[in-house]
Design a protein around this ligand. Sequence first.
Ligand SMILES: [Zn+2]
Ligand SMILES: [Zn+2]
Ligand SMILES: [Zn+2]
Length: 270
Amino acid sequence: MQVTFLGTGTSHGVPVIGCDCDVCRSPDPRNRRTRSSLYVQSADGNAALFDVGPEFRIQALSANLRRVDAVFLTHGHADHILGIDDLRRINELQGGAVPVWGSAESLAAVRRSFAYVFDPGPPGPTCPRIELFEFDSGRPIRVGGLSVTPLPCRHGSLDIHGFLVEADGGRVGYFPDCNGLPIATIERLRGIDLLILDGLRPEPHPTHFSLSESLAAMAVVGARRAYITHICHRLEHEATRRILPEGVGIPWDGLRIEVGRGLEAPSESG
Ligand SMILES: [Zn+2]
Ligand SMILES: [Zn+2]
Ligand SMILES: [Zn+2]
């Protein structure tokens, strides 16, 4: 399967509005981070989109994304759902509604934030056509050749979800907002090919793993390869890359990785 990092930034994005720090003023494009989102396509062409942030349109154009068979929401925070209106173009391309899977809380956030979709009133601007489906924690959902299993994680005081994605003989874990993995989730992720985990910044944070906490969690899981994500302007790309241990990377928006059958090991490109 092919994994594309559509966005790798925290809720503010990088650069931060009005910030003059070295990272926000950096000429290195890898220091420009849109809000976190992941796109996974299996060898049979089926595609799952994980979260739909406010820059979904820009991300879709950059990645030449044309197909979304299902959307999976980690939780209902604004930086993970506010791009849903731009699924209109996916409706046009595919000629149908897009299934959106989430917890009861995430789907309630979608109904509140996009009330006009569910109570359109008189004909006016076009609405995205989405069908909401509540998932059961731990129960896999099939999207063609992809199997997507929601697994619980902590996000400050909230219990939210990340996902185990299995396809083409490969396993990928995606937990962009997380500061704690329950034992049962760790057990499901053991020895995973690729773990993408919240690694906000060097300092501790009440709702996100710091870099060192993220690295410790990756080691506990025993991921064969791992990337941090949901990164803020406190982590400069090149300086961070140099200090990361073997097997752990710092991604950039647009990075594509192949995972699974036919490959000796996940390879980096893009
Ligand atoms: Zn977030
Ligand atoms: Zn800054
Ligand atoms: Zn969040």
